[in-house]
Design a protein around this ligand. Structure first.
Ligand code: MG
Length: 350
C-alpha cells in the first residue's frame, strides 16, 4: 500500500519533522554559499546576510476572534524573519482564491494584511494572485515570504553574550543554547489555538479567549538592544513543547521547565482541562520565546514586561548541564518528560 499524506504531516510535530527530513530535504541539497541552509530547519535561512523565510496560511475559518487570515499571514512571516535576529524589510503576498469567493471578504482580508503590514512597518512589495475552480481549495489561502537584514544591534547583542561565555554564532539559532542559559516567554500560551478551535467547534470559550496574533519584531528589537540573547523562536505549531524540544535536540542539552512559572490564561486552562489538551502543545501567533545568558535574564524579563506584547512575560526554564531531553518540574514537586508533540491537536490554525 502506498503511504498517503495525512494532516499530521503538516502539523508541526514529530511526524512532520520526519516527513520534511526524509522526503523534502533529500531533494533540496543545493545549498552552497548559504550561511544558514534549509537543512538546519531554523525559522529562516540566511544567504549573503539576507534573512529569507516563507509561510503558507490555510487557517479555517478565515475570520476568528482576535484576527483573520490577513493579519496572520503578515505576522507569521514577520515573526519568522525577526526571530533570527534580523530586521524584517519586506514581504510578498501569494493569494490562491477559490472560484465563487466573495469580493467583500477578499477585500476585508487584503485590508487586514495592509493594516498589519503598515503597523509593523514592513511593506508588502510583490505578489501573485491565482484563482482555482470551486472545490479545489477551501475559500482562500495565502503564502507570504519575507526578507530581513542584519543590523548592528545583532552584533552588539552577541558582543554582550561573549562578555559572559564563548559564542561563535552570528544569528539567533535553535542550536545556540548552552548550560545555564535561561528561557523566557513573552506571555500566555495557547491563546491562538484555543480561540480558533473554540470558535470553529462552538465550545463557548471564544468569549474569553482571543487569538494573540501580532508581530513581535519590535519587542524583540528592544530586547536585542539590551543584549545577551542567543536563541529566539515564535512558538507556533506544536506550541512551546515543540519549540523547547527543537532547542534541546539541536543544542544537544536537556532543558528543564518550571510549570508554576509558565503563563497560561484561565480561559485557555479551562478549555484545555475540558478538552483534554495540553496547553504546551497549542500554537501561538504573537509570542516569542528567547534563550538568554543567565546574567542578562532579569534585565531582559524587565524589558519584555514594559512592552504591551510582553506584559505577562516570565522566566520559565533553564538549559541543563547535560545532554538530555525536555522535562518539567511540576507544581506539586514532581518531574515529567515533555516530548515533542506527534501532531497538532488543533489542525488548520495557521
Ligand atoms: Mg517560527
Amino acid at each position: 500500500m502506498t503511504e498517503k499524506i495525512t494532516l499530521a504531516h503538516g502539523a508541526g510535530g514529530e511526524q512532520m519533522d520526519r516527513f520534511i527530513k526524509k522526503t523534502i530535504l533529500k531533494h533540496l541539497t543545493q545549498q552552497d554559499n548559504v550561511e544558514i541552509p534549509l537543512s538546519m530547519l531554523d525559522d529562516s535561512s540566511v544567504i549573503d546576510d539576507i534573512v529569507f523565510s516563507t509561510d503558507s496560511h490555510t487557517v479555517q475559518p478565515l475570520f476568528f476572534p482576535g484576527g483573520d487570515i490577513g493579519s496572520l499571514s503578515v505576522a507569521g512571516t514577520v515573526n519568522d524573519v525577526s526571530v533570527m535576529g534580523a530586521q524584517p524589510l519586506a514581504l510578498s503576498s501569494g493569494l490562491i482564491i477559490e472560484e465563487g469567493f466573495s469580493f467583500e471578504e477578499i477585500d476585508k482580508i487584503i485590508e487586514s494584511m495592509s493594516k498589519t503590514a503598515r503597523k509593523a512597518g514592513v511593506p508588502i512589495i510583490t505578489g501573485d494572485t491565482k484563482v482555482v475552480e470551486h472545490g479545489a481549495i477551501q475559500q482562500c489561502m495565502i503564502n507570504t515570504s519575507g526578507i530581513g537584514k542584519r543590523t548592528p544591534i545583532l552584533d552588539k547583542n552577541f558582543e554582550i553574550v561573549r562578555q559572559y561565555r564563548k559564542c561563535s554564532q552570528r544569528w539567533l539559532l535553535d542550536g545556540n543554547l548552552k548550560p545555564g542559559d535561561e528561557i523566557i516567554v513573552s506571555g500566555t500560551l495557547g491563546d491562538h489555538g484555543i480561540a480558533l478551535m473554540s470558535f470553529r467547534e462552538g465550545y463557548g470559550f471564544e468569549t474569553t479567549v482571543r487569538s494573540d496574533v501580532a508581530c513581535v519584531h519590535q519587542l524583540l528589537k528592544s530586547l536585542l538592544e539590551i543584549g545577551g540573547i542567543i536563541s529566539a523562536k515564535d512558538p507556533t505549531r506544536g506550541g512551546l513543547a515543540n519549540t523547547v524540544n527543537e532547542w534541546s535536540e539541536k543544542s544537544n542539552y536537556g532543558i528543564t521547565l518550571f510549570e508554576e512559572e509558565i503563563p497560561i490564561s484561565e480561559g485557555v486552562r479551562a478549555a484545555c482541562d475540558l478538552l483534554g489538551l495540553d496547553p504546551l502543545h497549542i500554537g501561538n501567533e504573537g509570542k516569542v520565546v528567547v534563550g538568554v545568558v543567565k546574567e542578562k535574564a532579569d534585565e531582559i524579563l524587565n524589558q519584555m514586561k514594559k512592552h504591551p506584547l510582553g506584559k505577562d512575560a516570565a522566566i520559565i526554564g533553564e538549559v541543563d548541564e547535560k545532554k538530555g531531553y525536555v522535562k518539567m518540574k511540576t507544581e506539586i514537586g514532581g518531574k515529567r518528560i515533555i516530548p515533542k508533540p506527534i501532531g497538532d491537536p488543533v489542525p488548520r490554525i495557521c
